[in-house]
Design a protein. Structure first.
Length: 159
């Protein structure tokens, strides 16, 4: 039974949302699947990807073939790099601790780059909404009621 890791489309028209699933290659795109391992939302900027690394790695080691899009997603999340490192462990090139240390270093650098990318996207959206004029204006407090009325308040009745 050939097994694929692929996207299963959900969401409304022109608002896609995908589940990342492990399915038999002969099953229809949105049909029967074996296991759900994550989600992918391309509508947001940047796209939101949530994936269970352990499940994905387990299925890859069992021989499941990812589609092109899922391969890119797995690469972005580091699953393919982790598989590569674990292959080096099985070949005896280095031990498990070194492999995990290399992955942690890569993960920290990758998260920093992703945070920078998200920040840039946020700034560009803000710049677009403000029409390019995103200079901060100096704070000026609103006038008080007495000052706005023209001086002192009127004396109370009966005085």
């Amino acid at each position: 039974m050939p097994v694929k890791i692929r996207l299963q489309r959900h969401g409304s028209k022109k608002r896609p949302f995908y589940f990342i699933v492990v399915a038999d290659a002969r099953a229809p795109r949105d049909g029967k699947f074996i296991q759900k391992i994550g989600t992918f939302n391309p509508v947001t900027e940047p796209a939101v990807i949530q994936i269970d690394r352990q499940k994905a790695l387990e299925w890859l080691t069992k021989g499941a073939q990812p589609t092109d899009t899922v391969r890119k997603i797995l690469s972005t999340k580091g699953v393919l790099y982790l598989k590569h490192l674990l292959r080096g462990v099985t070949l005896g090139l280095f031990d498990q601790a070194v492999a995990m240390e290399k992955f942690q270093v890569w993960h920290v650098e990758h998260e920093a780059a992703e945070a920078k990318k998200r920040d840039e996207a946020r700034r560009s959206r803000f710049k677009q909404r403000s029409g390019g004029n995103y200079q901060r204006r100096p704070y000026t407090p609103a006038p008080r009621r007495e000052e706005a009325a023209g001086g002192e308040s009127a004396p109370a009745q009966g005085e």
